[in-house]
Design a protein around this ligand. Structure first.
Ligand SMILES: [Zn+2]
Length: 236
């Protein structure tokens, strides 16, 4: 398996997985809970894969959007690929009546359960693990970017909102969606920068965007990118 990124002409980027198969004769695309997967025969160049993906960009975006609308129940099975900081990680479920261990090592999230087919329990455990990593990662970014902005680091609350990635209230508290921890670091950086900029300007005026631009100069492209991957990040 091979994690790649597709970049469209407008700067929008979409992660995808490349799978090479000796048996295939044609290139196949699949969009599902794991995002976009491209199946290719052996000896196909990266260049021709990219040309095809650019050609199919409308179809790919439409499929990703449809997925979000249908809100398919996610299949919590051993071996599925999850996203963590923009990288594919493998979920590894192990039956164990004694321990409920959670370990992350070498792009593998290892969970031990008495019953590995208990999807609700698996979901809960994975969400807890994500939330824990999210708190550590987001706090560090808030610390760093607050210093750059010259404000006191605000208190962080994690949210699980289905519709928004972050918010900042009049008490100066910041809420960030734990699902963002699935996204690449530069996306998280943008959302943190956006919410912190609200400590300077409680609106979306030109002044506000100027503060965002100080922390995240390419915010226009990054916003587009976040929009494009929102469906995928909300699958879990
Ligand atoms: Zn805002």
């Amino acid at each position: 398996m091979n994690e790649r990124q597709l970049q469209f002409a407008n700067g929008q980027r979409i992660p995808y997985t490349l799978k090479v198969s000796a048996k295939r004769r044609t290139i196949g695309l699949r969009v599902d809970g794991a995002g976009l997967t491209v199946h290719i025969p052996k000896r196909v160049t990266q260049k021709s894969v990219e040309i095809l993906l650019q050609d199919k960009s409308d179809w790919i975006l439409k499929k990703l959007e449809e997925l979000q609308q249908r809100a398919l129940p996610f299949a919590w099975q051993d071996g599925i690929t999850l996203q963590y900081l923009g990288q594919g990680i493998q979920l590894s479920l192990h039956q164990d009546i004694k321990t409920r261990a959670v370990e992350f090592d070498n792009a593998r999230l290892y969970l031990a359960f008495p019953k590995t087919d208990d999807s609700a329990a698996v979901h809960r455990k994975v969400a807890q693990w994500y939330a824990k990593q999210a708190r550590i990662d987001f706090s560090r970014r808030i610390e760093l970017l607050s210093t750059k902005l010259g404000v006191d680091a605000p208190p962080l609350f994690l949210s699980g909102a289905k519709t928004r990635w972050g918010s900042c209230n009049s008490r100066g508290e910041i809420r960030l969606n734990w699902r963002l921890i699935q996204a690449p670091p530069h996306i998280i950086h943008y959302v943190v920068a956006h919410e912190l900029a609200h400590l300077k300007e409680m609106n979306h005026s030109a002044k506000f965007w100027a503060w965002v631009g100080k922390l995240c100069p390419d915010y226009v492209a990054v916003r587009q990118e976040l929009k494009a991957m929102s469906a995928q990040l909300h699958l879990i």
